[in-house]
Design a binder for this molecule. Structure first.
Ligand code: PGA
Length: 256
């Protein structure tokens, strides 16, 4: 299996000064960690200064990602950011995060358009899917159906070659924001189902090779509970990725 992947989603946090301090405090420590890929996703406006700061310090396992793109390449879309504007700095882009779905009414079809745009421009999509409410034993089947529907729709019409570039982030919405993480067993069960569905869509080999992350209140105390589960290939970290020491610790523990 490939190296574990940790994605840091900074969301709409940090001033430029904070962002540069954060990068300076983590980059040397992250560079020392082998067998781990780390993707930092700062706000759009810090991508250029951060990529300049990382350019002078090339670490192949440390990459940049964007938190979103618009669903068209160019045009009269005031305030939006195109894939063409980020593709020179970013290897990855987070798409369909639950906060985009909730606050900006993003729907699966639109997310699918963005996935295609990213792939056409050689940027790897990190597609977020997950249920709104915690699923008890009884509701698990129907809740699972809606997650798999998100998966099918956001990945519609993707070629087998392109499937190899996709990362899925399973993020139960109820667990996001540092309130309460899912248990490792719960996450592993859901991710197992997601992988089965990928096998139906794209074949067993691709399903086995697709990286599927867990996200939702990951911190230094619970990271190992997730990455040690069979089938969980890493984590997406929000709140804790803004605390330099803790984020380095999370990455160190994920690589063990
Ligand atoms: P959190 O965020 O770690 O603060 O729960 C995760 C995410 O939204 O991706």
């Amino acid at each position: 299996m490939k190296n574990k992947l940790i994605v840091a989603n900074w969301k709409m946090h940090t001033s430029l000064a904070d962002a540069l301090v954060l990068i300076e405090s983590v980059k040397n420590r992250l560079a020392e960690i082998e067998h781990l890929e780390v993707v930092l996703c700062p706000p759009f406006t810090w991508l250029v200064p951060i990529s300049e700061s990382l350019e002078r310090f090339s670490v192949p396992r440390l990459k940049l990602g964007a938190q979103n793109i618009f669903s068209a390449k160019t045009g009269p879309y005031t305030g939006e950011i195109s894939i063409l504007m980020i593709k020179n700095f970013c290897c990855y882009v987070i798409l369909g995060h639950s906060e985009r779905r909730e606050f900006f009414s993003e729907i699966d079809e639109e997310i699918n358009d963005k996935v295609h745009l990213a792939l056409e421009n050689r940027v790897r999509p990190i597609i977020c899917i997950g249920e709104k409410h915690r699923l008890g034993r009884l509701g698990r089947k129907s809740g699972m159906r809606s997650i798999l529907e998100q998966l099918r729709q956001t990945t519609a019409k993707i070629s087998r070659d392109d499937w190899q570039k996709i990362v899925i982030a399973y993020e139960p919405v109820w667990a996001i924001g540092g309130r309460q993480a899912a248990s490792g067993a719960y996450a592993a069960e859901m991710i197992g189902e997601i992988r089965q569905e990928i096998a139906k869509i794209a074949g067993r080999k691709i399903a086995d090779e697709t990286r599927i992350l867990y996200g939702g209140s990951v911190d230094q105390n619970n990271i190992q509970e997730f990455v040690h589960q069979e089938g969980i290939n890493g984590a997406m970290v929000g709140t804790a990725s803004l605390r330099a020491k803790e984020f380095v610790k999370i990455c160190q523990l994920a690589a063990i």
